[in-house]
Design a protein around this ligand. Structure first.
Ligand code: SAM
Length: 282
């Protein structure tokens, strides 16, 4: 496994994903009853933006640091800026990843399980992340964890599936594991991240998701480069299954606010749309 998230922490795709994550976690906290969160590809939780790797890629400069410089004070993004501790005039030393954001959202009655394949990253998360909820950190396979831990005893919850897509089989593995998890815990909110590399690839991703015939799928795509430019990562995609009420309108506004600030020369696009209806036809 070559992927190291420290090179990409705080880039536009992390921002897009974490804005949606914070929105979904806030929605879960609207009720007092306990919830469970499973983060299948959790990473190390906090990323040092002054590390040689982060400075070498420069991705956070064009992502979170540019957004803070240009967008702090935008009401639409206020909850996200608060969650990452952004302040006017100061740069972020450490960028909170999904593990840190989830941990901060847990109340004493809530639980989370963080699974990370790289043992050193899993250990770092356990050392760095603290919170009021009950948390477990596992070094292992996130797809196996979906099978082993769902459904949980809590009736409500959230599952984040955020793979690095390093090998060609990952899509198949991920879709199968997700469909199986949804079959066993259909009421949870699921959020799956995917890269946008080009128009044809994005259409094919949407089709593969639709083919699962799972209702209530919302896609939220934010591209900061034109699809056909051979640039690597043109955009960040999310599918949210069972999105909280109001997520469609919120994500459209939030992604437009991010796009305005981060897309060079207004390249790219925002699309927030339902991929599947409220109920599938029998
Ligand atoms: C995109 S990063 C995760 C970022 C994190 N979710 C966040 O938002 O801050 C993907 C992570 O998945 C880990 N990983 C790769 N394959 C995995 C697997 N099968 N199970 C669990 N973790 C895996 C990688 O080591 C990497 O830390």
């Amino acid at each position: 496994m070559n992927y190291q998230h420290v090179y990409h922490a705080g880039n536009f795709a992390d921002v897009a994903k974490h804005v949606a994550l914070v929105h979904c976690l806030d929605a879960l906290k609207r009720k007092d009853s306990a919830f469970f969160v499973l983060d299948t590809h959790s990473g190390r939780g906090l990323y040092d933006l002054r590390s040689p790797q982060a400075l070498k890629s420069g991705e956070a400069e064009l992502g979170i640091h540019k957004l803070i410089a240009q967008g702090l004070g935008d009401e639409t993004l206020a909850a996200y800026f608060a969650a990452i501790g952004a302040r006017a005039g100061s740069r972020l030393g450490r960028y909170p990843g999904s593990t840190a954001l989830i941990a901060a959202a847990l109340r004493p009655q809530d639980r989370a399980l963080f699974v990370e394949a790289m043992p050193a990253e899993a250990r770092a998360a356990e050392r760095l992340i603290h919170g009021e909820g009950r948390m477990r950190f596992e070094a292992g396979d996130g797809y196996a964890a979906l099978k082993a831990h769902l459904p949980p005893i809590e009736r409500r919850g959230f599952v984040l599936i955020d793979p690095p897509y390093e090998n060609v089989d990952e899509w198949r593995t991920m879709l199968r594991a997700f469909a199986d998890a949804h079959g066993r815990w259909p009421g949870a909110t699921y959020m799956i991240w995917y890269p946008i590399l080009g128009a044809a690839q994005r259409r094919s991703v949407h089709k593969r998701l639709q083919a699962l015939a799972i209702p209530k799928m919302l896609c939220a795509d934010l591209a900061i480069h034109d699809d056909e430019v051979e640039i690597g990562l043109a955009g960040s995609g999310l599918v949210i299954v069972n999105p909280p009420f109001g997520a469609d309108a919120y994500l459209l506004a939030a992604y437009e606010a991010i796009h305005r600030r981060l897309a060079p020369a207004a390249r790219g696009y925002v699309e927030v749309a339902r991929l599947t209806p409220e109920r599938m036809a029998q």
